[in-house]
Ligand binder design. Structure first.
Ligand SMILES: [Fe+2]
Ligand SMILES: [Fe+2]
Length: 303
């Protein structure tokens, strides 16, 4: 059992801008693992921070916790146009992840947000909630990954056909996401290379999700494409961020070189992502610190 004082200690660590970002992330992941109203309240308070990276991770964690008590704060963040697009995006996605149909109307409202990443996120979240309603009562097929994804994996298993669906920009984003998660679940080099091709598709939201999924898959074959996307200064920072984290998760020597090359990037969210990713690299290669309960998406699937 964790005492109230220990939860408070974690909360204070999370809120303290003087503490190293890595330490604040670890506090966040521990709070997320603990769950409950006190953890949600501490996490909610950190949305006044000025690191978009930290704030987007708060929203991500609240979504993964799937606790309806986090809905009000997530709606506030989605509505708040002073928050960075990446943070509002993650709040919208988290509202979809929680799975409560009460947020359908607000998500429909923000499906036409002028910020394209926010609009596309809300469109996807609406589709997810509708899909859940249509399939309620059916047994859920649990894939090898523990994350709550913005779309269910496609039923198709053939990697070649999934690749075609993934890269077909005429298809609805929701269907392409379903192909993306099915490719991740399939795993292997062919799937990793098909996903990496997605880093050249049109939607920044789609490309960032490719980065995320490649981080879960942790296949070395995707490293050159991830490093190239991280190195493109014109690429959307949200995409570059996700590629940096994926490189940290794959954790091979070539990844370390790419991350070090951007550890002083002019884009803050990229720089901070590299910092956190280098820390994760040390974790993956067996360093002192254990990431408490947080980045299951960055770990290999349970065998
Ligand atoms: Fe995201
Ligand atoms: Fe992210």
């Amino acid at each position: 059992m964790v005492t109230e004082q220990e939860v408070e200690g974690l909360g204070q660590m999370l809120l303290d801008p003087q503490k190293p970002l890595q330490a604040r992330f670890r506090a966040l992941f521990t709070l997320r693992g603990l769950g409950g109203p006190a953890a949600i309240s501490w996490i909610s308070r950190a949305f006044s921070d000025d690191s978009a990276l930290l704030k987007h991770e708060l929203a991500y964690c609240l979504g993964q916790m799937q606790d309806s008590r986090a809905i009000p704060v997530l709606v506030d963040v989605l509505r708040d146009t002073r928050q960075e697009p990446m943070v509002r995006h993650e709040a919208g996605e988290a509202l979809g992840a929680i799975g409560d149909p009460e947020v359908l109307e607000i998500l429909k409202q923000y499906s036409t947000d002028p910020v394209i990443e926010v609009a596309e996120t809300c469109q996807l979240a609406v589709r997810r909630l509708e899909w859940l309603q249509q399939h309620s009562g059916e047994p859920v097929a649990q894939g090898p990954y523990l994350s709550v994804d913005p779309a269910p994996s496609a039923e198709e298993r053939d990697v070649g056909r999934l690749r075609v669906a993934l890269l077909d920009e005429a298809r609805p984003l929701f269907d392409r996401y379903r192909a993306m998660f099915a490719l991740r679940d399939a795993g292997g080099e062919e799937a990793a290379l098909a996903l990496a091709e997605g880093l050249h598709c049109g939607s920044a939201l789609f490309r960032h999700e490719i980065g995320y999924v490649l981080g879960q898959l942790q296949h070395e074959a995707a490293v050159p494409q991830l490093a190239a996307a991280l190195a493109r200064p014109a690429e959307n920072p949200m995409v570059r961020h996700e590629c940096a984290e994926a490189l940290g998760a794959i954790a091979r020597p070539a990844c370390l070189a790419a991350l070090r090359a951007h550890a002083a990037d002019p884009e803050r969210v990229v720089r901070e992502s590299c910092e956190v990713a280098l820390d994760m690299y040390e974790y993956e290669t067996g360093s002192a610190f254990q990431y408490a309960d947080g980045l299951e998406r960055l770990r290999p699937p349970p065998s």
